[in-house]
Write a protein that binds this ligand. Structure first.
Ligand SMILES: Cc1cc2nc3c(=O)[nH]c(=O)nc-3n(C[C@H](O)[C@H](O)[C@H](O)COP(=O)(O)O)c2cc1C
Length: 169
């Protein structure tokens, strides 16, 4: 079972990275870090198929059995970096693959807009987006990392109950 966690912040110092790394560690998942993977801006031209970052992303997505998308909330939405990465992928990469949505907000009840947008985009990609979701607020981080033990354990346990799907088909 290969789980792929996509960290949707373009910022190397982003808290989304901290959350995504923590989740990847706990799930023993592969991390796709969009602050490191230098994807071009999707333009639909066939030359982009040869781009090393695009090839790496597609190979990783093909091999995945399940996904976690972690997006920062930027201007009341999911990050452009994550949306751009998903532009390079298609339904074939996501169909029947359980997908967990997590967002990281700046506070002030942010995060839900990013989650709702990801849910719509997930439908467009045929991802099996699970109903449970979680927002990390600034208070969920300390200088040591993520500080949201109970909620994090619960959401990851719930996600793991969906991981039978691939084997049931
Ligand atoms: C361009 C930009 C727009 C942002 N807009 C919002 C927003 O609309 N709502 C919100 O809760 N936080 C907003 N934030 C704060 C981020 O959600 C916050 O930095 C959080 O840690 C996740 O982003 P990060 O992973 O890049 O740190 C914004 C941050 C940036 C850089």
């Amino acid at each position: 079972m290969t789980i792929v966690v996509i960290s949707g912040t373009p910022r190397k110092q982003g808290r989304t990275r901290v959350a995504a790394k923590e989740v990847a560690e706990r799930l023993q998942a592969e991390l796709v870090d969009l602050s490191q993977l230098k994807l071009p801006l999707f333009d639909g031209e066939t030359e982009q198929d040869q781009h090393p970052a695009v090839q790496e992303l597609r190979k990783t997505a093909e091999e995945a059995d399940a996904f976690v998308w972690v997006s920062p909330e930027y201007h009341n939405g999911m990050s452009g970096a994550l949306k751009n990465a998903l532009e390079f992928l298609g339904a074939g990469h996501f169909k029947r693959k359980p997908t967990l949505l997590l967002a990281v907000s700046g506070g002030g009840k942010g995060g839900m807009n990013a989650i709702n947008q990801m849910r719509t985009v997930g439908r467009g990609l045929n991802a099996m987006v699970i109903p449970d979701q979680m927002v990390f607020d600034p208070a969920d981080f300390s200088k040591h990392g993520v500080n949201a033990e109970g909620r994090l354990v619960r959401i990851l346990e719930e996600f793991q109950t969906y991981l039978f799907v691939k084997h049931a088909i």
